[in-house]
Design a protein around this ligand. Structure first.
Ligand SMILES: [Zn+2]
Length: 318
């Protein structure tokens, strides 16, 4: 019995020893690999950093290089498309890639060789917007603009892209306005880019209509425009008009719901002048350029509003 008991005890001890050995052995095995891989990952992450250490210096040099190309772009005529879009484009990420690719070679190539001499004579860089070409699909921002027009009750139609390579006129996605809202008609044929159309519609609702009610106690029924999109060559040494991009609207008259007409001119009746002055002052801001009677001979019979992109969002109101 004693021998048998001792034998069993021995087997138990062996079993316990084996278990205890296996236990630590298994525990140690996983621990070693775990610690090993961790440093390796760290090393993988670090390898790029040593390489970056020398890079920091070259990067500053790369940044300046990126800017010069922009300066060079105006000369080539191709990149210009990207510069003008930002202002309008903050909301137009899809347009940038679409337009940047096509204008790269086709549009810039033809005008450059033919008019290289003219450029140097005029010393005015071509407007980057002249290279804007409509893509196969309307950009999201253009679609959104049209939804906003509809929400304001604006009646409008789509128009084929305007693109005159000789003069430089361009509207990739023009619209023709029938009204500036639910209650104000506009005519004749008012072709604009959607951004300008929207600005005009908002201005009509927020400024023109309230000003008419305040001054005349009635609504504006219609607006007579003198110029919207107009593709005319720039004067020697001058730049293209905002009208060449459908980015300007000239208003010559306002007609009240009772049929009375308020004409823009140098010497309007007092009540008309008060209304016109109120509209003109309020236009500076919503529009980036505001001209009219007194500005110069060309604007004695209409108010000129446009969205010309200016540095720092500045305005020119005279
Ligand atoms: Zn004008």
């Amino acid at each position: 019995m004693a021998a048998f008991g001792f034998f069993r005890l021995g087997r138990l001890l062996l079993a316990v020893t084996a278990t205890s050995l296996k236990g630590p052995a298994l525990a140690k095995a996983p621990e070693l690999p775990q610690t090993a891989p961790v440093p390796q990952f760290n090393q993988e992450a670090t390898p790029p950093s040593p390489a970056d250490i020398p890079v920091p210096e070259p990067r500053p040099a790369d940044a300046p290089e990126a800017e010069p190309p922009q300066n060079e772009q105006p000369q080539n005529g191709q990149p210009k498309t990207q510069q003008p879009e930002p202002p309008a484009i903050a909301p137009q990420p899809p347009e940038k890639p679409a337009q940047a690719e096509p204008p790269a070679s086709p549009p810039a190539a033809p005008p450059n060789p033919a008019e290289a001499d003219k450029k140097t004579e005029q010393e005015i860089l071509p407007d980057p917007r002249s290279a804007a070409i409509a893509g196969k699909e309307m950009p999201a921002e253009e679609l959104a603009c049209r939804r906003r027009l509809k929400s304001m009750g604006v009646d409008f139609e789509e128009r084929k892209p305007e693109h005159d390579t000789a003069v430089g006129c361009s509207i990739p996605y023009p619209v023709v306005l029938k009204t500036l809202g639910k209650s104000i008609a506009i005519g004749p044929e008012t072709e604009l880019n959607c951004q300008m159309a929207e600005a005009a519609a908002r201005f009509a609702a927020s400024v023109i209509q309230p000003a008419a009610k305040a001054e005349f106690g009635t609504d504006i029924k219609s607006i007579g425009q003198a110029s919207a999109f107009v593709c005319r060559p720039r004067h020697a040494g001058g730049k293209l008009s905002e009208h060449a991009f459908g980015n300007a609207l000239d208003i010559a008259s306002f007609t009240l719901s009772d049929g009375k007409e308020i004409d823009v001119g140098p010497t309007p009746p007092q009540k008309h002048a008060e209304f016109l002055d109120a509209v003109r002052k309020a236009a500076c801001g919503p529009f980036k350029t505001v001209l009219g009677p007194g500005s110069d001979a060309d604007h004695s019979l209409h108010l000129h509003f446009d969205l010309e992109p200016r540095r720092n969002g500045g305005t020119f109101c005279q």
